[in-house]
Each structure stands twice: as structure tokens, then as C-alpha cells.
Design a protein around this ligand. Structure first.
Ligand SMILES: Nc1ncnc2c1ncn2[C@@H]1O[C@H](COP(=O)(O)OP(=O)(O)OP(=O)(O)O)[C@@H](O)[C@H]1O
Ligand SMILES: [Mg+2]
Length: 339
């Protein structure tokens, strides 16, 4: 065990920002806090960093209670959303700043800064000021700065959200790779599910100050514990059922089920009625969103209020769109019963 949160609660006036959060993070793990805006991600990260005080609960590192340990003595590296580099210092001096504060000898600081800049592939930019660096380069400097004092834990609050999509994608893999090589326990806050899915060993899904579910990307995607998680991780068609039936069609679900979910890629479409003996509903195509390699077909079914989205390979959508009749199949093994 390395980092443990136990019953952490935090209020701001009448707002309950965090409600009884308990969580154990193993040494070397990459954890993402994922959730919509305002769910408490930053507050939780700040409590771990020691920048905010929990009202109840404890944070312990290797069984050491951190409650009384001020942020500057926690030896955690922190990177915030907006590049918080010192604008009047070169990249190298920014990276060395943490060691400078600790009064380390100049030669050591310079060597370490050079080493960290090499690790984030910015050796050629050491002498530049932040204003002379691109957004992605600035975030890599911020990462190098956080890592330079060799912290026990790395805390990242939406470090990529200000960057454009391409840079973000490559930095995701860079950070993930660096984290693995250094083996450093890392917590990253994000509201971007794709980011969490590509980077984290485990994802903590948060909903209004509570933990909705903790799991690997696969566990959350395949076995969402609730409608909230199902809709937050990937796309999900959520449909009401009654007495085990959907729009009159009997499904292999418990009689007591009230909501089911089916992923767009699990919906099977047939040009025509489809084969007999399967759970197939007649559907009408209302919209096609062509994305190149794949297409999202929006379908309506009589007796079902919400439209159902099916994802098919891009080349397959024409045959469906041209069919005089469409059969929408819900394969039994792909149906998830939602709480
Ligand atoms: N210093 C503060 N004073 C009062 N309320 C606060 C303070 N900081 C946070 N809050 C409230 O606590 C809740 C959680 O905020 P937090 O910043 O942790 O959310 P978040 O999940 O990081 O959201 P985002 O994705 O938008 O950054 C919000 O309702 C917010 O308004
Ligand atoms: Mg935040």
C-alpha cells in the first residue's frame, strides 16, 4: 500500500465538495480521477497535496498520517492545468527551482535540470523563456519541474486540457511512458474519458463528491455499476424495460429490471427483417453521422421514446440506409442491466 484516503469529507459552506471518500492507491500506480465539472476532483487532489484541509478523514502515505504535514514537506510533485511556469525564468531554471528552494548546490541543480529536460526531450530549449515555448513544450517543462526533486507522488490536475487535440494525444503517451519508466505513483485529474482510458491503470469515476466506481478501463466499460458510469464511460443507449420486455419484445433480463444499456457497437442491424428467433425490433433510420472509418446510425423504434444509436463500419452504412426495412437486434450477451 502506498497512498490511502480514508473517509475524506470536505464542505465549502453548504456545498458538500467531497462526501466520505475512501481509496487506496498502490505504489507505482497511475490513477485518474474522472468526472464532470464540479464533482470534486481538484478539491480531492488539493487535499492530497496538502493545499486544502479535509474536514474529516485522513490521508496516509506508507502508514504515515499526512494531516499535520504541510504541502512543502510532502515531497509531492504537482502540475496544474494552466502552465504555472515562472515567466521570467528560463526552462532550465524553472526545472531547477524546486532544488534551488531546497538549497542544493548549484552544480547539482544544473545537472538535474539538464537531465530532466533531456527526459522530456527539451534539451535544445533549456535557455528559452516560457513565452518562447509552445503550449505542449511548456507543459513538458512543468512536468520536468515537478519531477526534478524526485517526488514520492506525482499529482497532475488536467495538465493537457489547454492543448490542441494532436499535441494532447502525443503528450498522453509521453507522460504515460515516462511514468512507467520512473515507476512513480501518479494521480491525474481529468474530465476527458478518452484521456483516462488511455492513461490510467485504474480510474476513479466521481459524481458530485462521491466515488461512483473504481476500476480498470475495461471493467468500467464492460461492467458499469450504474447508469451514471455507463453514460460517462463511452456511449450507451439507455432504455426502459418493464416485465422483462422492451417495446413488447421479450428480452433475457431479470423481470425486476427497469433500465438496460446497450453500447452502440453492440447493436446489430439487419437489412430487412433479420433472422427469426432473435431479439429484433423493426426500426426506422432517422439520421446518419458518417465518420469515415465508422458511422453512427440513429434509429427510432415504435414504442421506444428515445432514439437508439448503432455504430457500424463506414462502408456498411449505405446498405443499411438503402434497405426498405431495418431490423434492430439487441444481442442478449451485450445487454447490461443498469441500477
Ligand atoms: N474555495 C472554494 N470555495 C467554495 N466552493 C468551492 C471552492 N473550491 C471548490 N468549491 C466547490 O466545490 C465543488 C467541487 O469543486 P472542484 O474544483 O473540486 O471540482 P472539479 O471536479 O475539479 O471541477 P472542474 O472539472 O470544473 O475543474 C464545486 O461545487 C465548487 O464550486
Ligand atoms: Mg478541477
Amino acid at each position: 500500500m502506498t497512498l490511502a484516503l480514508s473517509h475524506v469529507t470536505k464542505r465549502f459552506g453548504n456545498t458538500v465538495a467531497l462526501d466520505d471518500i475512501s481509496l487506496t492507491i498502490e505504489r507505482g500506480e497511475f490513477i485518474c480521477f474522472l468526472g464532470p465539472s464540479g464533482c470534486g476532483k481538484t478539491t480531492l487532489l488539493r487535499i492530497i497535496a496538502g493545499l486544502e484541509l479535509a474536514e474529516e478523514g485522513t490521508v496516509t502515505l506508507e502508514d504515515r498520517d499526512l494531516s499535520e504535514v504541510p504541502a512543502r514537506h510532502r515531497n509531492f510533485g504537482v502540475v496544474f492545468q494552466s502552465y504555472s511556469l515562472f515567466p521570467n525564468m528560463t526552462a532550465a531554471r524553472n526545472v531547477g527551482y524546486g532544488l534551488e528552494c531546497r538549497g542544493r548546490p548549484r552544480a547539482e541543480i544544473e545537472a538535474r535540470a539538464a537531465e530532466m529536460l533531456r527526459i522530456v526531450a527539451l534539451s535544445d530549449h533549456a535557455h528559452k523563456l516560457p513565452s518562447q515555448l509552445s503550449g505542449g513544450q511548456q507543459q513538458r517543462v512543468a512536468l520536468a519541474r515537478a519531477l526534478a526533486p524526485d517526488p514520492e507522488v506525482l499529482l497532475l490536475d488536467e495538465p493537457l486540457s489547454a492543448l490542441d487535440a494532436k499535441v494532447r494525444e502525443s503528450l498522453r503517451l509521453e507522460i504515460r511512458d515516462l511514468q512507467r519508466r520512473l515507476g512513480i505513483t501518479t494521480i491525474m485529474v481529468t474530465h476527458d474519458q478518452e484521456e483516462a482510458l488511455t492513461m490510467a491503470d485504474r480510474i476513479v469515476v466521481m459524481d458530485t463528491g462521491r466515488i461512483a466506481q473504481i476500476g480498470t478501463a475495461r471493467e468500467l466499460y464492460d461492467r458499469p455499476a450504474s447508469r451514471f458510469v455507463a453514460e460517462f464511460i463511452g456511449r450507451m443507449n439507455v432504455l426502459p424495460v418493464a416485465g422483462g420486455r422492451l417495446a413488447g419484445l421479450p428480452l433475457a433480463v431479470p423481470q425486476g429490471a427497469t433500465l438496460i444499456g446497450i453500447r452502440p457497437e453492440d447493436v446489430r442491424l439487419h437489412a430487412g427483417e433479420g433472422p427469426p428467433g432473435r431479439a429484433i425490433l423493426p426500426a426506422r433510420l432517422t439520421n446518419t453521422i458518417y465518420l469515415g472509418n465508422l458511422a453512427h446510425l440513429v434509429l427510432s423504434v415504435e414504442g421506444i421514446e428515445h432514439e437508439i444509436v448503432a455504430e457500424v463500419p463506414g462502408h456498411a452504412c449505405k446498405a443499411i440506409a438503402d434497405a426498405p426495412q431495418i431490423g434492430l437486434e439487441l444481442p442478449a450477451e451485450t445487454i447490461k442491466v443498469l441500477a
